[in-house]
Write a protein that binds this ligand. Structure first.
Ligand code: SF4
Length: 113
């Protein structure tokens, strides 16, 4: 039978090992996405998905009659779906492209945290 302190240390080790195993691939993916944002072509304004989401590369040009949900000051730079950056940014919704930090689309959501 093992000593209680030894069991506690073993459990802590196993917990930390499991956390490391889970978080390492996520950290690697985030680093890769950051590195790749510069390598991806800037999202074209006539990209069908961009058109569907009302994407613009300049949030100041958002047609608020068409997009009444637009919040002043919102842009890709402070969107929860943006990755990497600062310029250009990656976007989870457009994984093949980079987006302009000053851009905006109808899927904008405030950055968490
Ligand atoms: S989801 Fe966010 S980061 Fe992506 S294009 Fe729309 S506003 Fe920009």
């Amino acid at each position: 039978m093992s000593h209680p302190a030894e069991s506690k240390a073993r459990r802590a080790f196993l917990r930390n090992a499991a956390l490391a195993a889970v978080s390492a691939p996520i950290a690697f993916q985030l680093i890769s996405q950051r590195a790749h944002a510069q390598d991806k072509p800037l999202l074209a304004l006539d990209n069908p998905q961009a058109v569907a989401l009302g994407y613009t590369d300049d949030a100041a040009k958002v047609d608020t009659a068409k997009h009444p949900q637009f919040k002043a000051g919102s842009s890709c730079a402070n969107c929860n779906f943006a990755q990497g950056g600062p310029d250009p940014l990656g976007c989870m919704l457009f994984p093949a492209n980079s987006v302009a930090p000053a851009g905006w689309c109808a899927s904008w959501a405030p950055k968490a945290g």
